[in-house]
Ligand binder design. Structure first.
Ligand code: NAD
Length: 478
């Protein structure tokens, strides 16, 4: 299938370079083809978003919500088919892919519901007859740049609130997953989104840079790696442009001596290997109380070794390939380096078989300590490295020994220790007795330290970024 750019309500091929979206499980298989937008088309997309902005902002919130609800129904209704396409272009298993598509529909519905919930504030005034109102207005044109690993859920959790609160959008998805981007944009236009309110442009770093720097774009919402996110923050800083970035993670799971080890092992495996470890919230560091470390690691390694790795569309497959050959090479090199630095592989490579695609085995490493590169660098693949800790205090300190601060998990039966973790861990998301990954659309999501910058996403938190307040001193006429 051919994917098209969407500019000012018109679907068009694109004037830029041709690109192909391939199946990471079968690299010779083309899933979709398209052309990047040219610099001129990015300009036109911004102009279209600017032109559409006043009309969309003036559209009643409930009418904007009706479009989101219509799109949610289309997304849900196509979850089976689009889930299979997502699995083919990104590589996560079919059940995970279908769940992601359904999740996107839920997110759109949540933000449609904001029409019923959105409210300002009224304060009293010391002056007779006056009230002070705090009202919220859209920001204008939002530039959105999204990563490959959640091709429909992440765009939905940016586009949903942006549109619901009355903004217009210029969106550049990752060129590794153009098909699901096209599906989401089509669902919105078919549900009645007016021309120019959402503009979709395919491209690489140059298109992203053009959107970030464009004076017609009022704010930037970015999700992706820390390196790119920091460059985006720096440019927005120079321009004085509001920016929200969700970036990389190096998430720790702590398993203390009193934990249910079977449960903890199962959750660590889910956290580390689902979506082939390509989740910003994936578990990649494991900190285990020394008394139970051998026992826990044996269970984790046995489960990892038993995982069925293969084509994401096949029944029973538990882990698919990485998204690209570059990702496969980066993860393999990271594991080799860890082993050179003294890490001991504990898993036997899973049932990988002889395959063409960008597969790597689920890998559990026993690390010689925290001095190894693996401890600090996000590999973004199915690899978890473990160290031992003497007690909760040391474990919490080790978890914080990272520049990243997205998510963490702690497994314990001790409420006091769990509360201490809430206090001490430098993360934006904390799971007590569940895996480090997973988010609900109605609560804030995002990281601290090098993992996140600016207002959080999802839930009501999204409104902090996608609206601006006006404080009105409303006095009675004299
Ligand atoms: P990436 O940083 O390579 O790319 C993200 C997006 O930025 C893509 O659309 C890309 O084309 C664009 N881009 C690249 N260079 C750019 C530039 N100079 N200016 C503007 N845009 C540019 O990330 P990826 O490989 O697609 O995704 C994986 C990364 O994203 C991981 O680090 C992961 O942890 C992170 N991530 C974070 C979250 C979160 O919520 N914290 C969620 C998902 C993924």
């Amino acid at each position: 299938m051919d994917v098209l750019n969407l500019i000012g309500g018109r679907w068009s091929e694109g004037e830029g370079e041709e690109f192909a979206d391939t199946n990471p499980a079968r690299p010779a298989e083309v899933v979709a083809r398209g052309r990047f937008a040219s610099a001129r088309e990015v300009e036109r997309a911004v102009a279209a978003a600017r032109e559409a902005a006043p009309g969309w902002a003036a559209t009643p919130h409930h009418a904007r919500a009706a479009v989101l609800l219509g799109a949610a129904d289309l997304v849900d209704g196509n979850a089976g088919e689009w889930g299979a396409e997502l699995a083919r272009e990104e590589g996560k298993t079919l059940p995970e892919a279908v769940a992601e598509v359904r999740g996107a529909a839920r997110i759109l519905r949540y933000y449609a519901g904001e029409a019923d919930r959105e409210s300002g504030e009224i304060y009293a005034s010391p002056r007779p007859g006056e009230n002070v109102l705090v009202v919220r207005k859209p920001i204008g044109v939002i530039g959105m740049i999204t990563p490959f690993n959640f091709p429909i859920a992440i765009p939905a959790w940016k586009i949903g609130p942006a549109l619901s609160y009355g903004n217009t959008v210029v969106w550049k998805p990752s060129s590794l997953v153009p098909l699901l981007a096209c599906r989401l944009a089509r669902a919105l236009t078919e549900a009645g989104l007016p021309d120019g309110v959402l503009n979709l442009v395919y491209g690489e770093a140059d298109a992203g840079t053009a959107i970030v720097g464009h004076p017609g774009v009022n704010a930037i919402s970015f999700t992706g790696s820390t390196a790119v996110g920091r460059a985006v923050i720096a440019r927005c800083g120079e321009l004085g442009k509001p920016v929200q970035t969700e970036m990389g993670g190096k998430n720790a799971s702590i398993v203390l001596a009193d934990a249910d080890l079977d449960h903890a092992a199962e959750q660590v495996v889910l956290g580390a290997f689902r979506s082939t470890g390509q989740k910003c919230t994936a578990t990649s560091r494991l900190i285990v109380a020394s008394q139970v470390a051998d026992d826990l690691l044996e269970r984790v390694a046995a489960r990892a070794s038993g995982l069925v790795v293969g084509d994401p569309l096949e029944d029973g497959v538990e882990m698919g390939p990485l998204v690209s050959s570059a990702a496969r090479d980066r993860v393999s090199a990271g594991v080799r380096r860890a082993v050179e630095e003294g890490a001991k592989p504990l898993s036997d490579g899973g049932r990988l078989g002889d395959r063409d695609g960008w597969f790597v085995p689920p890998t559990v490493l026993d690390l010689p300590g925290t001095g190894v590169d693996f401890w600090h660098t996000e590999l973004f693949g199915p690899v978890v490295g473990a160290v031992r800790a003497d007690g909760a205090e040391e474990a919490l300190g080790l978890a914080n020994l990272s520049d990243h601060g997205l998510s963490a998990a702690i497994f314990t039966r001790d409420l006091g220790v769990a509360l201490q973790a809430v206090e001490r861990l430098e993360v934006g998301v904390l799971h007590v007795n569940s895996e480090s990954a997973g988010t609900f659309p109605y609560v804030p999501f995002g990281g601290t330290k090098q993992s996140g910058f600016g207002p959080k996403e999802q839930g009501r938190a999204a409104r902090e970024f996608f609206t601006q307040t006006v404080t009105v001193y409303l006095g009675a006429p004299a």
